[in-house]
Design a protein around this ligand. Structure first.
Ligand SMILES: Cc1ncc(COP(=O)(O)O)c(C=O)c1O
Length: 387
């Protein structure tokens, strides 16, 4: 890095995804690592984007987002949560959930403020907090079921604690926080007057009898919560980067002040297409879930057949597999071996712990064509116990 690079970059490495994807490309491995679909996005959505471009919706959108998109986000939120939201005052469209998270943290965290982060975490949270001058405080979820020890949450709180970052459904573990767990967290947030920033980008990917619950909808939580989501996962177009933040007006105003000077506005024709996507509503969501449920079952079986211990994820499009029965304890070493010797890429979750903790698991992604997973299955047959 250039010697004149800013001090705030100290400690920011390059993302694990870049390293694994480069290695996967070098060995032509089947990439079940990075979380993005390898199949086409829905035709009706792509047509809507092309129509918007051809209709010359190509200039800056309003900074807060197209009014039609904010209205569609509000309708979707109300349909799921049964709580109303004001699209003009309480919704901001951003360039992906990533920008929503960055703008929220920049808007709410002062230098010296402490922010509680559950680990394993999504990799942008700690750098975002550090860029704001905040101090991340980490609380581990406990494998194999990724349980929360609320005594540990309480113990991590100090007079400087300002906010908690929550992610449900949770990447990489597939945990969907239950209403009971969220109520316990909400009680702590209320007692200590903390903000909650809730990343819910996988809100439409929840399996079996599990249910997604937004912590913002629990009693007395609306005023202290920012809910972040994205259309990328729901519509299999992660490259479009149309995300949003839902929050009470006072918090929304703060977020918008940052957003206007980060990206100002997000891609107009893609916002217009996202309206068409969201308006597809419940029938589309049901189909999506069926598709992912089949992929989830397929990958769980493939991994189990390969000798890995797996608990089916409750949500998201990730599965965590235990590598210890095969004689491995270092996830990064295992992933390098898996790519170079077996030909399949997975992600080592130690990258999602501040101290490189080894959970004994690796993350596989099933946002892939059935044939991609089947091809990985063939390769994984060579996986045996480490001699
Ligand atoms: C938990 C989580 N949050 C945020 C994001 C980023 O979302 P977006 O692509 O909308 O910026 C991802 C993408 O993988 C994610 O897994």
């Amino acid at each position: 890095m250039h010697p004149k690079s800013a001090n705030r970059l100290a400690g920011f490495g390059t993302s694990i995804f870049s390293e694994i994807s480069a290695l996967a490309a070098r060995y032509q491995a089947i990439n079940l690592g990075q979380g993005f679909p390898d199949f086409a996005g829905p035709a009706f959505l792509k047509d809507a984007a092309c129509s918007a471009i051809n209709a010359d919706l190509n200039q800056y959108a309003p900074s807060t987002g197209l009014p039609t998109l904010r209205a569609a986000i509000a309708r979707t939120w109300e349909r799921h949560s049964k709580v109303s939201v004001d699209p003009d005052a309480e919704i901001t469209v951003t360039s992906g959930a990533t920008e929503a998270m960055f703008a929220t943290i920049m808007a709410l965290i002062n230098p010296g403020d402490e922010v509680l982060i559950f680990e394993p975490f999504y990799d942008s949270y700690p750098p975002n907090v550090l860029m704001a001058g905040g101090i991340p405080r980490y609380i581990r979820l406990h494998e194999p079921r990724w349980e929360v020890d609320f005594a540990q949450v309480r113990a991590a709180i100090t007079p400087q604690t300002k906010a908690i970052i929550l992610n449900t459904p949770h990447n990489p573990t597939g945990k969907v926080w239950s209403r009971t767990e969220l109520s316990q967290l909400a009680a702590i947030a209320i007692e200590h007057d903390l903000l909650v920033i809730s990343d819910e980008v996988y809100d439409r990917l929840v399996f079996e009898d599990y249910q997604h619950c937004s912590i913002a909808t629990l009693p007395d939580m609306w005023e202290r919560t920012v809910t972040i989501s994205s259309t990328g996962k729901t519509f299999s177009v992660t490259g479009w980067k149309i995300g949003y933040a839902i929050a009470p007006n006072s918090l929304t105003e703060a977020i918008r002040r940052v957003h206007q000077f980060v990206t100002f506005a997000s891609a107009t024709p893609l916002q217009a297409a996202a309206v068409v996507g969201l308006n597809a509503g419940e029938p589309y969501e049901r189909q999506l879930l069926q598709f992912y449920n089949a992929r989830r079952e397929q990958l769980v079986k493939v991994l189990r057949d390969a000798g890995l211990y797996v608990l089916p994820p409750q949500g998201t499009y990730f599965v965590m597999a235990d590598i210890r029965d095969l004689g491995w304890d270092n996830d990064a070493e295992f992933c390098r071996y898996l790519i170079s010797e077996i030909g399949v890429a997975a992600i080592p979750p130690s990258a999602f712990y501040h101290d490189g903790y080894q959970s004994g698991m690796v993350r596989f992604c099933f946002a892939k064509k059935p044939e991609t997973i089947a091809a990985a299955a063939e390769k994984l047959k060579q996986l045996g116990s480490r001699s």
